[in-house]
Design a protein. Structure first.
Length: 426
């Protein structure tokens, strides 16, 4: 990994990339940085295009195809499940709903464990292998725990998971348990779990795999790289992404900046981060131009982004400013109605994913995004991650959460005879 180092986002202090740390001595977060002047962008683009369609090995991964800007390691040192290679769909009914004429959805729910987290986790697990870790840990609202447990199992690491008690979708918890994660349900929310896991990892010498880990961010950059390669390097006007712990949009803008500086792209896509109203610290800061202030008791049906104190907010803000981005919030009703449209388009996604579509509609309605703009929305998780939300919406049983089934497709109970069928199908 020559010409690669860790760099503090606050004070610019640098560290060796082989130093297993997450933060600077000043307390600032770290980036994996590289000397881009030593890299030939045109050569990289040609190399990556040549790897497209690889049938096996690390370079068949939709992350490690781009390893020169991820972690440039020998293939035998990489921990991979050939993640990535997710589809980019025309948005169909979701495009009509959002009021867009050229809207595509990048479905990260098609990753091995059903979410975008696999892109970062392949890098995190590879770093754990590089540092000869025996155990790994994370705090999670669900997707991170599922992904970490899977990649730990592949490499033979012991996974330890901290989740908020009673505040995780069963589809995600089931994965963490099935893959062998030692799961600890704490009394408190995700932010409490995040604080605890950092203390535990420091005291017990366990390798931390939350997005505070700089290597996680590197893997997640590949979402943007793959979108552009699927579009034959045509740059969208906008990329829209849900905002939870804010590592995803941090990675997206970091990757775009590297491609732009290398001349691989000649245009900067604008980025919109969409938060749920009940977990919206970045939106509040952005709208009011105020100091950052955590949301103390975050609450949203979009459990994957139910995070009140995201660790990556400083990096996220830096990237948004570079990309001339915006931050928007959406209500519970807007999230679930948008989800109904994504699902009805035959694509399907978990609630947090559908903030991308709800946010697109809101930004079009406000005149911030033009209806003819070329827009890509990122769907972060599989529809089966949270089946309770799906059933609740379509059976119209979410009124306690102030959500009605606007586009409900309620099952119909009938007697077991053909006349009853005919009546039901009229």
């Amino acid at each position: 990994m020559k010409n690669t180092f860790l760099k503090c986002v606050n004070c610019d202090a640098t560290y060796e990339v082989t130093d297993p740390r997450y933060t600077c001595e000043c307390g600032g977060l770290l980036d994996v940085s590289r000397d881009l002047s030593k890299i030939d962008g045109a050569f990289l683009k040609k190399l990556w295009d040549g790897r497209w369609g690889a049938k096996s090995g690390a370079e068949a991964s939709g992350v490690w195809r781009y390893k020169e800007l991820i972690l440039d390691l020998p293939n035998e040192e990489i921990v991979t499940r050939q993640e990535g290679n997710t589809r980019l769909y025309p948005a169909g009914k979701a495009a009509t709903y959002a009021g867009l004429n050229n809207f595509h959805l990048k479905h990260e729910g098609e990753n091995p464990t059903g979410s975008f987290k696999d892109r970062g986790m392949t890098c995190g697990a590879t770093a754990a292998k590089m540092f000869k870790a025996k155990s790994v840990a994370c705090a999670s609202t669900g997707n991170t725990s599922a992904s970490m447990a899977s990649y730990a199992a592949v490499e033979g690491l012991k996974p330890i998971i901290f989740i908020p008690e009673g505040k995780i979708a069963y589809g995600k918890l089931a994965q963490a348990l099935a893959y062998g994660g030692k799961t600890l349900q704490i009394q408190g929310n995700f932010d409490d779990a995040m604080e605890l896991v950092q203390d535990v990892c420091k005291e017990l010498n366990i390798y931390l795999l939350n997005s505070i880990n700089p290597f996680r961010i590197e893997g997640q950059k590949a979402i943007g790289f793959e979108i552009l390669q699927q579009l034959d390097w045509q740059v969208p006007d906008w990329i829209i992404i849900p905002g939870g712990n804010l590592g995803n949009n941090t990675a997206l803008t970091k990757g775009m900046q590297e491609l732009y500086e290398l001349g691989i792209i000649n245009k900067i896509p604008r980025v919109a981060v969409i938060q749920a109203e009940g977990a919206n610290p970045l939106y509040t800061m952005w709208k009011n131009q105020s100091e950052y202030k955590p949301v103390l008791d975050p609450d949203t049906i979009a459990t994957a982004i139910k995070i009140g104190n995201p660790v990556s907010w400083t990096k996220s803000l830096r990237g948004l400013k570079w990309a001339n981005g915006v931050v928007e919030q959406v209500s519970e009703q807007e999230i679930m109605d948008a989800k109904a449209m994504v699902d009805a388009a035959g694509i399907g996604a978990e609630p947090a994913s559908c903030c991308s579509v709800a946010g697109a509609k809101k930004l079009v309605d406000k005149g911030i995004i033009d209806k003819d703009a070329f827009v890509v929305g990122i769907l972060t998780g599989n529809i089966l991650k949270d089946p309770d939300a799906v059933i609740g919406y379509h059976q119209n049983t979410l009124q306690a959460q102030n959500i009605v089934g606007t586009y409900a497709n309620k099952p119909i109970k009938i007697e077991c005879n053909i006349d009853a069928v005919k009546n039901a199908l009229k």
